[in-house]
Design a binder for this molecule. Structure first.
Ligand code: DGL
Length: 264
């Protein structure tokens, strides 16, 4: 491994920046190549076969070009489908992002949990298996949102997104009754970017589970201790598959205290 490890962080768009933020905090020495496959966004609207056919060769190209020490698939919609294919095809350690059903069910006091993800993620067999294996005595409601990832991107692009539009997407998570929902899994990496608004718009307070800190800890474990001969500062390169420049994303990454280079 080189002195400063190189980490490929991949998402369909800007959502993976919520994972990148935690990785930068946990491993400030790392150099990240952040790739947003915005030319194919949103993944939640594509079929399983289309996503596999798109992502597996694309990651292969990125590995060949950037030679990362580790790759993070910072997208639930892709991870729940392609991780096994990637591990079979490429000799690089992969860390995925999958719905945090296990910790959510361990924490819920009312035993009523909702999982908010894309239409693709909530349909996956992978997600069903997590519920079978880890829900224990919890009632788990899967809530597929057709629009929330795109609304998040629009908000980051400076568009005004109404409270009503966001509330319509999250409202089905809130099940009332004798025991009401107390925990919502953010099963799409875009959603933590709207966390302030989700908290404000929630009909009652719940715990929102963002898996990013746990993913960053897993990355740090796999990389091993920081090498004494590494420089203490890493940097991030931002690449959009559409070839666009994205000043708002660059500013956001800069706010993680990371020098950022946009690559066209
Ligand atoms: N950020 C992605 C996820 O975690 C999904 C957004 C999309 O539909 O492309 O699922």
């Amino acid at each position: 491994m080189r002195n400063n490890p190189t980490i490929l962080v991949f998402d369909s768009g800007l959502g993976g920046l919520t994972v990148l933020r935690e990785i930068v905090r946990t491993r400030p020495d790392a150099r990240e190549i952040y790739v947003a496959d915005d030319a194919y966004f949103p993944y939640g609207q594509h079929s399983e076969d289309e996503i596999i056919a798109r992502v597996v060769p694309l990651i292969g190209d990125l590995i060949a070009t950037h030679k990362p020490d580790l790759a993070v698939i910072a997208c639930n919609t892709a991870s729940t489908l392609v991780l096994s294919h990637l591990r079979a095809a490429y000799d690089v350690p992969f860390v995925g992002t999958v719905p945090a059903i296990k910790p959510a069910c361990a924490r819920s006091k009312t035993r009523r949990v909702s999982v908010l993800g894309t239409l693709g993620t909530v349909k996956r067999e992978y997600t069903q298996a997590l519920i079978r294996d880890f829900a224990r005595d919890c009632e788990v409601k899967l809530v597929g949102s057709a629009r929330l990832a795109a609304l998040t991107e629009a908000a980051l692009n400076g568009e005004t997104i109404s409270d009503g539009d966001i509330l319509a997407e999250i409202a089905p998570c809130f099940v009332d009754g004798a025991s009401r929902t107390d925990t919502v899994v953010l099963a799409c990496t875009h959603y933590p970017l709207l966390l302030d608004r989700l908290v404000r718009l929630a009909p009652w307070p719940v715990e929102w589970i963002d898996p990013a800190p746990a993913i960053a800890r897993r990355v740090a474990d796999l990389l091993g201790p920081q090498r004494p001969d590494s420089s203490s500062h890493g940097d991030t390169r931002l690449i959009f598959t559409s070839g666009r420049q994205h000043p708002a994303a660059e500013a956001l990454v800069h706010s993680f205290s990371q020098p950022v280079t946009a690559v066209a």
